[in-house]
Write a protein that binds this ligand. Structure first.
Ligand SMILES: NC(=O)c1ccc[n+]([C@@H]2O[C@H](COP(=O)([O-])OP(=O)(O)OC[C@H]3O[C@@H](n4cnc5c(N)ncnc54)[C@H](OP(=O)(O)O)[C@@H]3O)[C@@H](O)[C@H]2O)c1
Length: 279
């Protein structure tokens, strides 16, 4: 994109709107690896990467970045965990980055816009049933876009589109324990499995150093069998030896969890074991 802008002699940008998004829904366990990766890549990585790449052009004329988030970022709900995580993380990025921009004093601003549900094809494309959602009661894309444009033209402050959405967002932010408890109470358990293994089995990631190491050692001392995952093989072996020497049971697996291969190695190792009590 930067190449294209340069080849068209565009050397400055007033306004960048990060809007592209997907909204796959479904229980976390039922979602595919591909849809999880697409959600994180498009909804979170892309706006951060584009911000990084386009900042010099926006800075040149004190322009601004607008990020289309969602009220879902502040509201718990079944089947939206991954989508919501990307939007909540996007909010976190913008709030932190804005502080950097203020410190730099270059005049660039970053604005978060939170729409609620909109009557677009996103829901159907994402696997949700529009009829079950009561899709028809949502405002149209044109109405929401007009409200977003109005906001962008008149303020550089964050905004939430629609009074009911502002109220829901306020509740999600300020009454989180109550809202979470309310949502939990509305769910009815669908499975009935035995609770707790004997001995209890724990999997800890980042378990060769820092908090993860300390947790693995504590769990080992309290009778858990520990599987530790870390990318540092030497430190992993040392921690494993510490747990064994203290009379515990531990097995460490070397894996780089920032890669799909590392996730695969972890899943393969874990699938060979008794069920885990704690991950
Ligand atoms: N709809 C809602 O209820 C709602 C509520 C709150 C926030 N939002 C947010 O509003 C934004 C727009 O949503 P929308 O409802 O307008 O969705 P939409 O109707 O599906 O439109 C999104 C557009 O982005 C495109 N897109 C998807 N993946 C892309 C990719 N990898 N690279 C470039 N473009 C891509 C889509 O193309 P394809 O059709 O080919 O996928 C589509 O043209 C999203 O960030 C969404 O999270 C939506």
């Amino acid at each position: 994109m930067v190449d294209w802008l340069q080849s068209h002699a565009i050397s400055a940008l007033d306004l960048v709107i990060h809007n592209a998004g997907v909204g796959y829904v479904g229980d976390v366990a039922a979602q595919t690896e591909a849809s999880i990766a697409e959600l994180v890549n498009l909804n979170l990585w892309a706006p951060i990467a584009l911000t990084h790449a386009l900042y010099p052009l926006v800075r040149r004329i004190q322009g601004r970045f607008v990020y289309i988030s969602s009220v879902a970022a502040d509201l718990p709900g079944p089947r939206y965990a991954v989508y919501t995580a990307t939007k909540a993380a996007l909010d976190g990025f913008v709030r932190n980055w804005r502080a950097e921009l203020a410190a730099e004093g270059a005049g660039v601003t970053a604005q978060l816009i939170h729409p609620g549900a909109v009557r677009t094809a996103m829901h159907e494309k994402s696997g949700a049933d529009p009829a079950a959602l009561g899709w028809a009661r949502f405002p149209t894309a044109e109405r929401v876009a007009a409200a977003i444009e109005e906001t962008i033209l008149h303020t550089r402050a964050d905004a939430t589109i629609g009074r009911a959405n502002r109220l829901a967002q306020w509740g999600g932010r300020n009454l989180a324990p109550l809202v979470d408890a309310f949502v939990m109470r509305r769910q009815s358990p669908r499975i009935d499995l035995p609770v707790g293994g004997d001995p209890p089995y724990a999997l800890v990631t980042g378990a060769a150093d820092g908090i993860g190491r300390a947790l693995a050692v504590t769990l080992g001392a309290s009778g858990h069998w520990v599987m530790g995952i870390d990318r540092d093989a030497a430190r992993s072996l040392r921690t494993q030896a510490d747990i064994l020497n203290a009379g515990g049971v531990a097995q460490y697996v070397t894996a780089d969890l920032s890669t799909l291969a590392g996730i695969g190695v972890t899943v393969a190792a874990a699938s060979d074991r008794p069920p885990f009590d704690v991950i």
